[in-house]
Design a protein around this ligand. Structure first.
Ligand SMILES: N[C@@H](CCC[C@H](N)C(=O)O)C(=O)O
Length: 276
């Protein structure tokens, strides 16, 4: 089977994007892992699949697979690439679309300056998939990791994030703590581990060790989760500039009950065809 794909990225968080509207796409976990493999396949952090929507009023269905082949609920940098892909490929002429994901609807919009703003929906501090969370008002949880007790905020942006404040993202042991947090027994579905350094009330530096992909250059939902956690903890004010290893995102949040707006770039690198 030959599959057409585009290689895209949002701040270096890179994707293989597949058009499942005009071609038949049904991939096994092994084929997904092969596509994501940086040595034997195309190479990416996530594979994004565009499908026809299953409900009226929605433009497309958006499916996301981590590099380990597991399907997940949400991907923020991918959402920006998604709207650029469907627009540039002629799948729609709309600049703002409604997209269904495994956890609700998001609305990405292509801006005149080429950036994309995504209405990511409401964050939640009581994710059903994280059973140990007992009270939505509890915004700091103590997590024992590597002989240390970490103060983490657990935020769902559709997908789960455990975010902590660190003194320096450059020297913090992200590579050591990230995998331990990702697979901590308190997260049966595993979790994305965020490490944020507060620069001032409107800016942070962020590294994210992603569930199923390892540390990435940037994580869109991780940026939303970190900004939301910082605002709820009284450390930050909206909008927040989030500086990742791949560049900057702007995150705006009006507080509980309001959606998170994420703005940043979406870039196509090349398109190709691969035999699977
Ligand atoms: N890179 C993404 C998040 C992708 C999914 C994540 N690894 C998960 O397992 O939840 C983003 O930009 O949000």
């Amino acid at each position: 089977m030959k599959l057409k794909f585009s290689k895209m990225h949002g701040l270096g968080n890179d994707f293989v994007v597949l058009d499942g509207v005009r071609q038949q796409v049904s991939l096994s976990p092994e084929q997904l892992v092969y596509l994501a493999d940086r040595h034997f396949g195309v190479g990416c952090d996530q594979i994004l699949l565009v499908e026809k929507a299953g409900q009226p009023g929605i433009d497309f269905r958006y499916r996301i697979f981590n590099a380990d082949g597991g399907e997940v609920e949400q991907c923020g940098n991918g959402a920006r690439c998604f709207v650029r892909f469907v627009h540039d490929q002629g799948l729609t002429d709309k600049r703002q679309i409604r997209v269904e994901t495994l956890r609700g609807t998001i609305e990405p919009r292509l801006e005149a300056d080429g950036n994309v703003t995504v209405d990511m929906g409401e964050p939640r501090f009581l994710p059903a998939e994280i059973p140990f969370m007992a009270d939505e008002d509890v915004i700091i949880h103590l997590l024992d990791v590597a002989d240390e007790t970490l103060e983490t905020s657990v935020v769902s942006m559709g997908n789960p994030h455990a975010v902590q404040v660190v003194d320096s993202v450059d020297t913090h042991p992200v590579g050591e703590h990230g995998p331990l947090i990702e697979r901590h027994e308190r997260f049966p579905q595993r979790v994305n581990a965020g490490f944020m350094q507060i620069i001032d009330r409107h800016s942070i530096k962020l590294r994210v060790y992603e569930r199923g992909s390892g540390e990435t250059m940037a994580c869109g939902t991780g940026a939303c989760a970190a900004a939301v956690a910082g605002i709820r903890r009284g450390l930050l004010d909206s909008p927040v500039r989030v500086t990742t290893r791949g560049g900057d995102l702007s995150i705006a949040w009006g507080g509980p009950g309001r959606p998170v707006l994420m703005t940043g770039p979406a870039v196509t690198v090349f398109s190709g065809e691969i035999e699977l």
